[in-house]
Design a protein around this ligand. Structure first.
Ligand SMILES: [Zn+2]
Length: 521
């Protein structure tokens, strides 16, 4: 007996066997059960996930004389013929190679003949989106007035290419990609029945490469069996796929994130011997950086990763910040795009790696905000300390002559306002001198000394700068060109400003003196 490839041998025979398409199967089975069947069905979805198999199962269910509860018998000659594609009443047409109007006209003529055995004559048109416009028009004519015995099952990977007039006459079913774990579990069952021992990671790798396609996964498993016999490891699969050993790429990523330039390029020269296609290396790196990003956000293995890949990537993700990963992703993405458009992809790839090596570990945003806030607070209390005006110096001098201890306190304050026999003195927020001076005894002494000196009654109030009084400050420096220049110089020399420059890696272009919003000048 000749060898039957796995994909054919394990082709689903009933709706229950269809992997990952429970939603479609349930609706179809119900529709059959309730005899609410459209004249045309449209099966959409990616390749290799069971659309054609589902079409054949549906055809069998409709045609098989022994079908029951939405299930074909899968025993009779009719079922067998449909399975083999040799039935007279179930006709399969490849839309890609029979896309002309003549094929559809011929179909139309033959469709009028009654079925030879069952109640239905069924046309399965695969890749129906490949039909020409005139072929679609001819098809539409049949769909507008279909003979009772006629059913169409269309399958397509590109539903958007099908005219709306056709779509509106079809009962549509969307097939989904088979989830990685479902596919891997199913492969596991099949390999056990085939007496083949396959490593768990190898099964996951096959499922991942197959991208949700059952057919592709089984073909790859077939290849692996011919390559390595009944015992299949992850390494075998990697050899078949000619894909790089994951660990090599993990090491490369580690060296990049550790900014080990020399080691990165030493390893790269070794990688070139194994995989000379830099586009392939770049796209695999991009995929892993994407995984690292997702692991950083959601550490559980929700990705299509093998357990060992997940564990290793989790380890690598601890080397980098989320921000650096985001930047690495963008850099690699741009690199792969540039590589696609150049005659020198290897050079572009190497430049991309250099860029990655030069990405600076970034400060977390929260940390940055925290530092800016600290700076802001410090600058409010320290930097805005106003110039000591001559007038203020005189007041302090007068007090000093009478009561030196009081003057010592005043030296830490400054003149905020002096008008209508009111003197306002400012102090930095939470200043101890503010507290000492605000004691009643000191305030009275101060008022007395100043009132006596000026020979008029003066009221003294004290305030701290944070509670809104610092808006008075610009009044002191108004129209004072020389003073502004001094302030700017002082600002540039200020330790806080210099630190801020470092934090933002910036340059100071200009210093603006903040003015009172109500100030007209
Ligand atoms: Zn049957």
């Amino acid at each position: 007996m000749s060898y039957l490839v796995l994909a054919r041998k394990w082709r689903p025979q009933s709706f229950e066997d269809l992997l990952g398409q429970e939603h479609v199967c349930k609706t179809l089975t119900n529709a059959i059960h309730q005899e609410r069947l459209a004249h045309a069905f449209l099966f959409c979805g990616p390749r290799g996930i069971g659309k054609t198999s589902a079409a054949r199962i549906l055809a069998k269910t409709l045609v098989c004389p022994k079908s029951k509860d939405g299930k074909p018998c899968n025993q009779c000659s009719i079922c067998d013929e449909i399975f083999k594609g040799s039935s007279v009443d179930v006709i399969e047409i490849d839309g890609a190679s029979n896309n002309g109007v003549d094929s559809i006209r011929e179909l139309r003529e033959r469709a009028n003949y009654l079925p030879t055995q069952g109640h239905y004559k069924i046309y399965i048109i695969d890749e129906v989106h490949m039909l020409s416009q005139s072929a679609f028009n001819a098809l539409l004519k049949i769909l507008e007035e279909p003979p009772a015995h006629l059913k169409f099952i269309f399958a397509t990977t590109e539903v958007h290419k099908i005219p709306a007039t056709i779509l509106s006459r079809c009962q549509r079913f969307d097939f989904k990609k088979i989830p990685l774990k479902t596919l891997a579990d199913h492969l596991d069952k099949i390999s056990k029945k085939e007496n083949i021992e396959v490593e768990k990671d190898a099964l996951l790798k096959i499922s991942k490469v197959a991208q949700g396609s059952f057919r592709d996964a089984l073909s790859l498993l077939d290849q692996a069996i011919s390559f390595s016999g009944p015992k299949i490891t992850l390494r075998h699969i990697q050899d078949i796929l000619r894909s790089l050993n994951e660990e090599t790429l993990f090491e490369l990523l580690e060296k990049i994130f550790k900014k080990e330039s020399q080691e990165t390029f030493t390893l790269l020269s070794k990688i070139y011997q194994e995989e000379p296609d830099t586009k392939q290396i770049a796209s695999e790196l991009l995929e892993y950086v994407r995984s690292l990003l997702l692991i950083k956000i959601a550490p559980e293995n929700t990705l299509e990763l093998t357990d060992s890949e997940h564990a290793r990537l989790k380890e690598i993700s601890s080397l980098v910040s989320l921000e650096e990963l985001e930047m690495s992703f963008q850099t690699l993405l741009r690199g792969t795009q540039d590589m696609a458009q150049t005659l020198y992809p290897q050079f572009v790839f190497e430049m991309t790696l250099i860029k990655l090596l030069q990405l600076k570990p970034l400060m977390r945003l929260e940390e940055l905000i925290e530092r800016v806030e600290t700076l802001h607070q410090r600058s409010s209390s320290e930097f805005h300390h106003p110039p000591t005006t001559d007038r203020w110096r005189k007041i302090v001098e007068v007090v000093k002559n009478q009561k030196p201890s009081l003057a010592a306190l005043l030296e830490h304050g400054y003149l905020v306002e002096w008008s209508n026999q009111k003197l306002t003195i400012g102090f930095p927020k939470e200043s101890v001198f503010y507290k000492l001076l605000s004691e009643k005894e000191n305030m009275t002494a101060l008022e007395t000394i100043i009132s006596e000196h000026l020979k008029t009654k003066i009221t003294v109030t004290i305030t701290d700068v944070i509670t809104g009084s610092d808006s008075h400050l610009p009044n002191l420096i108004k129209n004072d060109e020389h003073h502004i220049a001094q302030l700017k110089k002082k600002a540039l020399e200020n330790e806080i400003i210099q630190e801020a420059q470092k934090v933002f890696n910036g340059k100071i272009i200009d210093v603006k003196i903040q003015k009172n919003p109500g100030d007209k000048t």
